[in-house]
Design a protein around this ligand. Structure first.
Ligand SMILES: [Zn+2]
Length: 231
């Protein structure tokens, strides 16, 4: 049996960690760059979001400013779009706000992958921490097959969640570009390309997260298997 906190299978997550760090760096540098570039329409991120929502008849969706850096999100339960750089007129802020408006549009038309993701959220949010706890409890009670199985189910749920997230995020970003152009909020191709750069970098973080989930499941599986061989 290997030491309590070390196992060679832990190495399998390293490529995932490196990709996650790279994606984080890309999104930060793209956001920093384009938060210095103002959109030619001079509209704030909050105004842009409001116009995109109204255009689709989503008058019931509220737009609020939220503190924090890149803490933007759409809350489907309260139908609220929260924007961190609400007063910014930069391409980065408008792009991120339009992406969140894209989620509100998905919600309004009952986009199936979004509904599916919302259904998995409660399990997936706690899956990795519970999986890790189960893993260590499993090491202590190494004869407990049900604990290992429970861990595998939780890590699989986390992977399912991050895979379902991918089409939801890609769709929200392509909607963002489309509605910004169609609404006339951002018309210059150069500006749209800059927004695309920010949103693509953000999408890469979701791809990295999905790969990381897959590697965590693999790591767990390998460690569980070698523990059961030790029995
Ligand atoms: Zn999103």
């Amino acid at each position: 049996m290997y030491g309590f906190f070390w196992h060679p299978a832990m190495l399998v997550v390293i490529p995932g960690l490196l990709l996650a760090l790279y994606a984080q760096y890309k999104v930060m540098s793209a956001y920093r760059k384009y938060s210095q570039v103002g959109a030619s329409t001079g509209m704030t991120a909050a105004q842009a979001a409001r116009r995109l929502l109204d255009r689709s008849g989503l008058y019931n969706v509220k737009v609020e400013a939220v503190p924090g850096h890149l803490s933007d999100h759409y809350d489907p339960r309260t139908k609220t779009l929260r924007i961190s750089a609400a007063e910014s007129t930069s391409l980065a802020a408008i792009g991120v706000a339009a992406h969140e408006a894209g989620h509100a549009l998905q919600d309004a038309e009952k986009y199936p992958m979004l509904a599916l993701r919302s259904a998995v959220v409660p399990i997936a949010q706690f899956a990795p921490p519970i999986g890790i706890i189960l893993f260590f409890v499993g090491l202590l009670f190494i004869h407990s097959q049900p604990l290992w199985t429970a861990g595998l189910i939780l890590f699989s749920a986390a992977l399912a969640f991050s895979l379902i997230t991918l089409p939801v995020e890609f769709d929200a970003s392509s909607r963002a570009i489309r509605v910004l152009r169609d609404s006339g909020i951002v018309v210059a191709q150069k500006e749209l390309d800059s927004i695309q750069t920010v949103l693509s970098a953000a999408a890469l973080t979701y791809v990295a997260a999905a790969i990381m989930s897959a590697l965590e499941l693999l790591q767990y599986f390998l460690m569980a298997r070698s523990a059961s061989n030790d029995r």
